[in-house]
Design a protein around this ligand. Structure first.
Ligand code: AP5
Ligand code: MG
Ligand code: ZN
Length: 213
């Protein structure tokens, strides 16, 4: 099963993708997590990506596409995967589409997690992230067992550099301009499904599971 998560920054793509990956035993692939891991490790790619991410801009397609195609070609992706944060532009979607078509494959579901802009900024300021394993928490809605510490790997939780309110506004603008057109793209392919992302995360997940059945 090949799934794409669509939705604004902070809609809950990562939160839901992790649960999908666990239930269906497929890898969760987040281009944002890959970039953040590279920034943390001080790689060339990380330094390049950070220039864009800190401003809430997209990392250029040339950098992003290659990383993603290499990742989905790995052995653990044989039975499918859930993509979180990719594709984010029409050109990225077209490259992915072509690569899959070359293998006689296609995306099965594009899940659009729908959350209005008003809810987003509030969510982001409360988010805490683990840069080691990619787990995400929220100080009110989804707190870790011990404040500031990741439940899964014990590393310190941080506020992401791009979660400052002014950067979030910019990310929303970029989302509407460059990523939202993918909703039409996947609707035309007949694989788009929309879920209400404003309800409790467990209810969002239930809605997704009933779609994937
Ligand atoms: P990326 O890491 O993908 O960030 P994003 O799309 O902005 O999305 P987020 O990770 O911020 O939000 P999310 O939808 O995963 O929400 P989450 O589950 O954490 O990308 C970061 C940057 O990298 C981009 O800006 C760009 O520069 C670059 N990049 C990445 N991919 C790229 C690509 N393909 N091309 C070019 N550039 C790329 O949830 C948010 C918060 O809400 C959390 O605190 C969570 O606990 C809470 N929450 C979740 N669900 C609920 C709920 N139902 N109720 C209440 N709270 C909830
Ligand atoms: Mg995310
Ligand atoms: Zn962790």
């Amino acid at each position: 099963m090949k799934i794409i998560m669509l939705g604004a920054p902070g809609a809950g793509k990562g939160t839901q993708a992790k649960m999908i990956a666990e239930k269906y035993q497929i890898p969760h692939i987040s281009t944002g997590d890959i970039f953040r891991a590279n920034i943390k490790n001080g790689t060339q790619l990380g330094m390049e990506a950070k220039k864009y991410m800190d401003q809430g801009l997209l990392v250029p397609d040339e950098l992003t596409v290659k990383i993603l195609l290499d990742r989905v070609a790995q052995e653990d992706c044989k039975n499918g995967y859930v993509l979180d944060g990719f594709p984010r532009t029409i050109p990225q979607a077209e490259v992915l589409d072509k690569a899959l078509a070359g293998l006689g494959e296609a995306i099965d579901y594009a899940i659009n997690v729908d959350v209005p802009d008003e809810n987003i900024v509030r969510r982001m300021s409360g988010r805490r992230a683990c840069l080691s394993c990619g787990a995400t928490y929220h100080v009110e809605h989804i707190p870790p067992r011990q404040e500031g510490v990741c439940d899964h790997c014990g590393q310190a939780l941080v506020l992401r550099d791009d979660d400052k309110p002014e950067t979030v506004q910019n990310r929303l603008k970029v989302y509407h301009e460059q990523t939202q057109p993918l909703i039409d793209f996947y609707t035309a392919k007949g694989v788009l499904r929309t879920v209400d992302g404003t309800v409790d995360m467990k209810d969002v997940f239930e809605a997704i599971v009933s779609i994937l059945k």
